[in-house]
Ligand binder design. Structure first.
Ligand SMILES: [Zn+2]
Length: 712
């Protein structure tokens, strides 16, 4: 069985309404058998919305029958007849879950939303039906208790440990009455989490800025204007300009909008998106979610949900995570204040006659960059045409380090015409995997960027990786090239780093495959891969003018580099605000978990000294999808945790001759291919030769000199 550590919890239960499938008999449900396409790629040309519900029902039914077969056998438990047998259960459910949840995030519609609403609690209950199955747990426990004498190889031993832990964490050792309570909490949590996602999607769409007058968008390039007009058309608002909201508090469009009133409008539209007191207001849902999680943690014997969540992570305790963050807060805020002072100077020099507000930040930060670093995003974008970045940047870097190559496959079905499929070949020329790329923003796509898989690699199941990346880059008007920002380039390298973690997986058991590692490790390969975007030999290969093919002029590159640490005060502070908010919400004991969202947010930011008005959290409570809708509850700190690993790892490469095939191969073998087969701290130590150090991160972010205080 596969367990997702990402947003897509897989789970299940027995069918509530038997077999609607039988009535539409003639068409065979595509999820009921393994896909016959290469690498079992999903047959998107044959999948209809009406296939999901019957496949979920059938998949849950099948898996429960398979589990019964394991528990009802007369033979005493062995590793093979229990643990390995469990790994083979749930094939149908895995197939339908992988596709359904991928599309529910990347390409949803009303039907899918209804199915998601219906099945989220059923899947949570199914998960419970397995992990709270007393007979099954008795077998697992018996094996676990005799683990030293089983003679299992290290990966099998690790699998047994992980299974045992999963059962314990799911409540297998609780009394029957407490298990019943836990099941109710899990069901309600999954329903509310789905409700949150759907409200937020609608709120984000509804929050878009709709403008009738082109003048209000002064500063937009012709391409941006055309895209805004096109977005209006897409919403049947012909002739209107629509600026859709991105996930984050600050919006990319702010960089170029010269009309201060438009900027203020856009900022307010963003931060208030889910707080209009209407059906899409998320605050009541959040309040209840925080309560439920605190109750769940208490039931399982933990002080708070954060304690429960982090016990299974590399960080081990909330205290370790909070210490890392609060240790950096003073330096980050001080640097942000420096940045603000620089911008205020510019406002004053231009006789602006106002005090900098949060909606001015992106705009003046751009101006400072232009002035001090002479950096112009529109000029830079001309060198980042998306396909060129992908093939001659992202793929090129992967080839240099790991020897792999790519070939586009137009014959593999996709779920949306913008999606592209690439076959991946290993250094010896052998085909090894598929990689899908879905890069452009759509109204039916959740915000942000992510990676996941349609099929996980497994030696046991003889499957190869089929992985995908989803992003939200602005789609150009028809006939226009897709020119992306330097940030977008970094996002592409980031998501592809996750993809590599999935592609290089070389393990036996699906439970331990690829990115099935703790959250505060899973962002390490992705963040690490970002470093190669700016590697001179890689950069020179993709940063070419989209019209002339001329390489980016050296002065422009030098400017980008110089500007590199500029803005780190802002970026680190807005991140810390969100990450500390996440810890605050999940560090509430059950007795005090019911909080007013607005008041609690303000008080928490103050408590951790990240209440700097000019730099609001990257996500405010009411639209913090990572923690209420996704898999990052009490885990948003993981980005900083893994950033420490990222920079420390990059320094290892620097110390050992840089971007060589040999260094790449060593990293691939010792880290990227290992999935969850080892404790992550041990795995890292074995590769690095020591524990991670925070020094490289402080140096890379230019926080070292101003680092004033270390809390405790
Ligand atoms: Zn990531």
């Amino acid at each position: 069985m596969t367990i997702a550590f990402t947003a897509h919890a897989q789970a299940a239960q027995k069918p509530a309404e038997p077999a609607k499938a039988a009535e539409t008999a003639t068409a065979v449900n595509p999820f009921l058998a393994a896909s016959t396409l290469q690498y079992q790629a999903p047959p998107f040309d044959k999948i209809h919305d009406s296939d999901y519900a019957p496949a979920f029902d059938e998949g849950m039914k099948q898996q429960l029958a398979e589990v019964d077969k394991i528990t009802d056998q007369a033979d005493a438990p062995t590793f093979d007849n229990t643990i390995v047998a469990m790994e083979k259960t749930g094939a149908t459910l895995t197939r339908v879950s992988k596709v359904f949840f991928a599309l529910a995030q990347a390409n949803t519609n009303d039907n899918m939303q209804k199915i998601q609403e219906e099945f989220a609690p059923k899947l949570a209950a199914h998960q419970d039906a397995i992990f709270l199955n007393a007979k099954l747990y008795a077998r697992v426990k018996k094996l676990y208790d005799s683990r030293e004498s089983l003679g299992a190889d290290p990966e099998s031993r690790r699998l047994l440990d992980r299974y045992h832990l999963a059962f314990v964490r799911a409540g297998a050792e609780l009394s029957a009455a407490d298990q019943a309570k836990l099941k109710e909490l899990n069901k309600e949590e999954s329903s509310l989490s789905t409700a949150f996602q759907q409200k937020l999607l609608a709120a984000t769409k509804g929050g878009a800025l709709v403008l009738g007058d082109k003048a209000q968008l002064a500063g937009f390039s012709d391409g941006d204007l055309a895209a805004a007009l096109e977005a209006g058309k897409g919403r049947k608002l012909d002739g209107k300009y629509v600026v859709a909201l991105q996930n984050t508090t600050q919006q990319p469009a702010q960089e170029s909008l010269t009309d201060r009133a438009t900027r203020e409008k856009l900022f307010k539209a963003s931060i208030d998106r889910a707080e209009h007191g209407d059906a899409n207001d998320t605050r009541a849902t959040i309040q209840r979610l925080a309560e439920l999680r605190a109750q769940k943690a208490k039931l399982l014997g933990f002080k708070t949900y954060a304690d429960y969540s982090l016990a299974d992570q590399m960080a081990k305790t909330p205290d370790n995570a909070i210490k890392l963050m609060t240790g950096i807060v003073p330096a980050a805020v001080a640097k942000a204040k420096d940045e603000a002072a620089g911008m205020q100077k510019l406002v004053d020099a231009q006789k602006g006659g106002f005090k900098l507000a949060p909606w001015d930040w992106q705009f003046y930060s751009e101006q400072v960059k232009k002035k001090d670093y002479d950096l112009d995003q529109n000029e830079i974008k001309q060198y980042f045409e998306i396909d060129n970045v992908l093939q001659n940047g992202v793929f090129f870097a992967a080839n240099k380090l790991y020897g792999i190559t790519f070939k586009e496959r137009k014959d593999i079905p996709v779920y949306q015409p913008d999606v592209r499929v690439f076959e991946v070949f290993d250094a010896d020329g052998k085909s090894m995997a598929f990689f899908y790329a879905d890069y452009f923003k759509r109204d039916n796509k959740s915000g942000g960027a992510w990676m996941d898989s349609f099929v996980d690699q497994s030696g046991l199941l003889a499957t190869k990786p089929v992985v995908f990346n989803v992003c939200n880059f602005v789609k150009p008007a028809p006939g226009q090239p897709a020119l992306i920002s330097h940030d977008d380039v970094i996002t592409m390298f980031h998501e592809f780093g996750h993809a590599l973690h999935g592609l290089f997986s070389n393990v036996k058991y699906p439970y331990l495959a690829g990115t099935n590692v703790p959250r505060d490790f899973v962002e390490f390969p992705s963040q690490f891969n970002e470093h190669w975007a700016d590697e001179p030999s890689v950069f020179a290969n993709y940063a070419k003018h989209y019209k002339t093919g001329a390489p980016m002029p050296e002065e422009l590159l030098a400017k980008i580099k110089r500007a590199g640490t500029y803005g780190q005060g802002f970026a680190t502070t807005e991140y810390l605000g969100a990450a500390l908010l996440d810890q605050a919400w999940h560090s509430l004991p059950a007795s005090a978990a019911k909080q007013d969202a607005d008041k609690f947010e303000a008080a928490s930011l103050k408590r951790y000294q990240v209440d700097y008005t000019l730099v609001p959290p990257r996500y405010r409570t009411s639209y913090f999808a990572h923690i209420w809708g996704g898999g990052y509850s009490a885990g948003y700190y993981a980005y900083l945790w893994t950033a420490v690993l990222r920079d420390d790892a990059y320094y290892w490469f620097k110390e050992h001759g840089g971007m060589t095939r040999e260094n790449g191969q060593r990293f691939r073998e010792m880290v990227l291919s290992r999935g969850g087969t080892q404790e992550t701290d041990a795995l890292y130590r074995a590769w690095r030769g020591r524990d991670p150090s925070v020094e490289p991160l402080l140096e890379v972010r230019g926080l070292k000199a101003t680092k004033t205080a270390e809390s405790k």
